[in-house]
Design a protein around this ligand. Structure first.
Ligand SMILES: [Zn+2]
Length: 129
């Protein structure tokens, strides 16, 4: 089972992978309260991934709004699509939809690899502690 997130020990400062609400530091065995960084957090939410896929199909905001309403029954406005898009651009580090369409797959793959590497190095650290 993969850890849900990293927890930084509030007593000794160790970063350790944590499962659910069990935040016991492997080094000093004390309970921590601070969750530092989620690990298995998806890069994009399900809805954001759906929007990226539609941008990759060269859909315009109006179409995206309509298609999303059609598939899940929740109405979206063009304004909402724009808000989602700015959040996606920020998360992905791109300037516009053209860059997003071209680079989305590569960026997501790179971010997943980063998360995986961070998790593995942390697991090694806590195994050594
Ligand atoms: Zn500790």
């Amino acid at each position: 089972m993969l850890p849900d997130h990293f927890c930084k020990c509030t007593h000794c400062g160790l970063n350790f992978p944590a499962f659910g609400k069990e935040l016991i530091c492997p080094k000093c065995r004390r309970q921590s309260t601070l969750t530092e960084r989620r690990l298995n957090r998806p890069i994009l939410t399900a809805r954001e991934r759906g929007i990226v896929a539609l941008v990759q199909q060269a859909k315009q905001n109006k179409e995206i709004a309509w298609l999303l309403r059609k598939t899940n029954g929740q109405p979206l406005t063009e304004g909402t699509v724009k808000v989602y898009l700015s959040a996606i651009f920020r998360k992905m580090g791109v300037m516009n939809r053209t860059e997003l369409a071209v680079y989305a797959d590569k960026i997501i793959a790179a971010k997943i690899a980063q998360q995986k590497a961070a998790m593995e190095s942390s697991l090694e650290l806590s195994a050594a502690a």
